[in-house]
Write a new protein. Structure first.
Length: 94
């Protein structure tokens, strides 16, 4: 694991995140935060796991910028998960 992607490294100013960097450094907390978003929507475990995968893909494909001065990493990832989940719900309603 690269040191600059630990919580301390992020506070030093490293702000670009990739899926591997985030999941290696914070896997339990990050996955739990994403799963909780799905649980709040009364999704099944499989749907919650799909959401985890979708967030991972989003982190890999986009240049995600995290600012530690604005909140925690888990909260930041949970926001990405929430927005992804809401997009899924909107698409299902169409």
């Amino acid at each position: 694991m690269r040191e600059d992607f630990t919580e301390d490294g992020l506070k030093k100013g490293c702000r670009y995140l990739t899926c591997d960097d985030v999941y290696c450094a914070h896997s339990k907390n990050v996955v739990a935060a994403i799963m909780n978003v799905g649980k709040r929507l009364s999704w099944t475990r499989e749907e919650c796991e799909d959401l985890v995968q979708m967030v991972a893909i989003k982190l890999d494909r986009k240049k995600i910028v995290f600012d530690p001065d604005r909140g925690t990493l888990e909260g930041f990832i949970a926001t990405i998960a929430k927005n992804t989940a809401l997009n899924i719900v909107r698409k299902q309603k169409k």
